[in-house]
Design a protein around this ligand. Structure first.
Ligand SMILES: [Zn+2]
Length: 167
Protein backbone atom coordinates (compact mmCIF):
# COMPACT_ATOMS: atom_id res chain seq x y z
CA UNK A 1 0.00 0.00 0.00
CA UNK A 2 2.87 2.37 0.84
CA UNK A 3 4.57 1.64 -2.51
CA UNK A 4 1.26 2.36 -4.27
CA UNK A 5 1.01 5.67 -2.36
CA UNK A 6 4.56 6.65 -3.40
CA UNK A 7 3.71 5.87 -7.03
CA UNK A 8 0.62 8.08 -6.77
CA UNK A 9 2.75 10.93 -5.35
CA UNK A 10 5.21 10.56 -8.23
CA UNK A 11 2.42 10.54 -10.83
CA UNK A 12 -0.05 13.05 -9.42
CA UNK A 13 1.66 15.12 -6.71
CA UNK A 14 1.39 14.83 -2.93
CA UNK A 15 -1.91 16.68 -2.44
CA UNK A 16 -3.92 14.64 -4.96
CA UNK A 17 -2.17 11.42 -3.92
CA UNK A 18 -2.92 12.00 -0.24
CA UNK A 19 -6.56 12.76 -1.01
CA UNK A 20 -6.80 9.53 -3.01
CA UNK A 21 -5.00 7.57 -0.28
CA UNK A 22 -7.46 8.83 2.36
CA UNK A 23 -10.39 7.89 0.10
CA UNK A 24 -9.00 4.36 -0.38
CA UNK A 25 -8.45 3.92 3.39
CA UNK A 26 -11.93 5.23 4.17
CA UNK A 27 -13.58 2.88 1.65
CA UNK A 28 -11.57 -0.10 2.90
CA UNK A 29 -12.63 0.61 6.48
CA UNK A 30 -16.25 0.86 5.28
CA UNK A 31 -16.05 -2.50 3.49
CA UNK A 32 -14.32 -4.16 6.46
CA UNK A 33 -17.07 -2.82 8.73
CA UNK A 34 -19.78 -4.11 6.35
CA UNK A 35 -18.17 -7.55 6.16
CA UNK A 36 -17.76 -7.66 9.92
CA UNK A 37 -21.31 -6.62 10.83
CA UNK A 38 -23.64 -7.69 7.99
CA UNK A 39 -24.54 -11.20 6.84
CA UNK A 40 -22.56 -12.57 3.90
CA UNK A 41 -24.20 -12.52 0.49
CA UNK A 42 -21.16 -12.96 -1.78
CA UNK A 43 -18.83 -15.89 -2.34
CA UNK A 44 -15.61 -15.69 -4.32
CA UNK A 45 -15.42 -18.76 -6.59
CA UNK A 46 -11.62 -18.44 -6.77
CA UNK A 47 -10.79 -18.72 -3.06
CA UNK A 48 -14.07 -19.39 -1.28
CA UNK A 49 -14.08 -16.11 0.66
CA UNK A 50 -17.57 -15.09 1.83
CA UNK A 51 -18.73 -11.65 2.85
CA UNK A 52 -21.06 -8.76 2.24
CA UNK A 53 -18.94 -6.68 -0.16
CA UNK A 54 -15.77 -6.95 -2.21
CA UNK A 55 -13.22 -4.14 -1.88
CA UNK A 56 -13.57 -1.10 -4.12
CA UNK A 57 -10.96 -0.67 -6.86
CA UNK A 58 -9.96 2.98 -6.73
CA UNK A 59 -7.44 4.76 -8.91
CA UNK A 60 -6.99 8.42 -9.79
CA UNK A 61 -10.04 9.50 -11.78
CA UNK A 62 -12.15 6.37 -11.47
CA UNK A 63 -13.47 3.81 -9.06
CA UNK A 64 -15.15 0.44 -9.36
CA UNK A 65 -17.20 -0.34 -6.26
CA UNK A 66 -17.50 -3.88 -4.93
CA UNK A 67 -14.72 -5.18 -7.23
CA UNK A 68 -11.79 -7.01 -5.59
CA UNK A 69 -11.89 -10.06 -3.33
CA UNK A 70 -10.24 -9.21 0.02
CA UNK A 71 -8.52 -12.61 0.14
CA UNK A 72 -7.30 -13.39 -3.40
CA UNK A 73 -7.64 -9.96 -5.07
CA UNK A 74 -9.74 -11.43 -7.89
CA UNK A 75 -11.82 -9.01 -9.93
CA UNK A 76 -15.05 -9.86 -11.75
CA UNK A 77 -13.13 -10.95 -14.88
CA UNK A 78 -11.08 -13.45 -12.83
CA UNK A 79 -14.18 -14.82 -11.15
CA UNK A 80 -15.97 -15.21 -14.49
CA UNK A 81 -12.93 -16.89 -16.07
CA UNK A 82 -12.54 -19.18 -13.05
CA UNK A 83 -16.15 -20.36 -13.37
CA UNK A 84 -15.83 -20.76 -17.15
CA UNK A 85 -12.59 -22.74 -16.90
CA UNK A 86 -14.02 -24.93 -14.16
CA UNK A 87 -17.59 -25.54 -15.40
CA UNK A 88 -17.60 -25.03 -19.17
CA UNK A 89 -14.02 -25.80 -20.26
CA UNK A 90 -13.71 -28.50 -17.56
CA UNK A 91 -10.05 -27.80 -16.89
CA UNK A 92 -9.83 -30.66 -14.35
CA UNK A 93 -10.45 -33.18 -17.16
CA UNK A 94 -7.74 -31.76 -19.46
CA UNK A 95 -4.38 -33.41 -19.96
CA UNK A 96 -1.14 -32.38 -21.62
CA UNK A 97 1.11 -29.36 -21.32
CA UNK A 98 -0.21 -25.89 -20.48
CA UNK A 99 1.69 -22.62 -20.63
CA UNK A 100 0.27 -19.98 -18.30
CA UNK A 101 1.69 -16.54 -19.00
CA UNK A 102 1.84 -14.02 -16.19
CA UNK A 103 -0.02 -16.32 -13.78
CA UNK A 104 -2.65 -14.59 -11.68
CA UNK A 105 -3.03 -15.41 -8.01
CA UNK A 106 -6.81 -15.68 -8.31
CA UNK A 107 -6.61 -18.54 -10.84
CA UNK A 108 -3.78 -20.43 -9.09
CA UNK A 109 -6.09 -22.88 -7.23
CA UNK A 110 -7.67 -23.87 -10.53
CA UNK A 111 -4.36 -24.78 -12.17
CA UNK A 112 -3.50 -26.90 -9.12
CA UNK A 113 -6.72 -28.93 -9.48
CA UNK A 114 -5.91 -29.89 -13.09
CA UNK A 115 -3.80 -32.84 -12.00
CA UNK A 116 -3.41 -34.33 -15.51
CA UNK A 117 -2.27 -31.01 -16.91
CA UNK A 118 1.43 -30.21 -16.69
CA UNK A 119 1.17 -26.48 -15.97
CA UNK A 120 4.23 -24.36 -16.67
CA UNK A 121 3.97 -20.77 -15.40
CA UNK A 122 5.90 -18.26 -17.49
CA UNK A 123 6.66 -14.67 -16.53
CA UNK A 124 9.15 -11.92 -17.23
CA UNK A 125 9.98 -11.51 -13.55
CA UNK A 126 10.47 -14.03 -10.72
CA UNK A 127 7.08 -13.30 -9.18
CA UNK A 128 3.74 -15.08 -8.89
CA UNK A 129 5.39 -18.50 -8.74
CA UNK A 130 6.84 -18.45 -12.24
CA UNK A 131 8.52 -21.71 -13.29
CA UNK A 132 10.29 -20.20 -16.28
CA UNK A 133 11.42 -16.63 -16.88
CA UNK A 134 10.84 -15.77 -20.52
CA UNK A 135 9.73 -13.01 -22.83
CA UNK A 136 6.58 -13.65 -24.83
CA UNK A 137 8.42 -12.44 -27.94
CA UNK A 138 11.30 -14.93 -27.51
CA UNK A 139 9.91 -18.13 -26.08
CA UNK A 140 12.28 -21.02 -25.35
CA UNK A 141 9.73 -23.66 -26.42
CA UNK A 142 8.96 -25.69 -29.50
CA UNK A 143 5.53 -24.43 -30.50
CA UNK A 144 3.84 -27.74 -31.36
CA UNK A 145 4.30 -29.42 -27.96
CA UNK A 146 1.85 -27.25 -26.03
CA UNK A 147 -1.82 -28.25 -25.58
CA UNK A 148 -3.11 -25.11 -23.85
CA UNK A 149 -1.92 -21.51 -23.74
CA UNK A 150 -3.41 -19.17 -21.13
CA UNK A 151 -2.47 -15.56 -21.77
CA UNK A 152 -4.95 -13.33 -19.94
CA UNK A 153 -4.38 -9.58 -19.62
CA UNK A 154 -0.89 -9.89 -21.13
CA UNK A 155 -0.91 -9.41 -24.89
CA UNK A 156 -1.87 -5.73 -24.67
CA UNK A 157 1.40 -5.09 -22.82
CA UNK A 158 3.63 -6.82 -25.36
CA UNK A 159 5.82 -4.55 -27.45
CA UNK A 160 5.31 -6.37 -30.78
CA UNK A 161 2.08 -8.40 -30.81
CA UNK A 162 2.55 -10.06 -34.26
CA UNK A 163 5.98 -11.37 -33.17
CA UNK A 164 4.52 -12.71 -29.92
CA UNK A 165 1.65 -14.42 -31.72
CA UNK A 166 4.05 -16.14 -34.15
CA UNK A 167 5.91 -17.79 -31.26
ZN1 LIG B 1 -11.17 -14.62 -3.63
Amino acid sequence: MFAWYLTQIRNHGSVRATRLFCRVIWRRMFVIFCNWTLPARLTCPCCGWQGRRFLDYIEMGYAVPNAACPRCDSHSRHRALFIWLQDEYRIREKAGIALVFSPERALAPLWQTATNLNVCKVDLEPVRGADILADLMQLPFVSDVVDLIWCHHVIEQVEDVPVALEQ
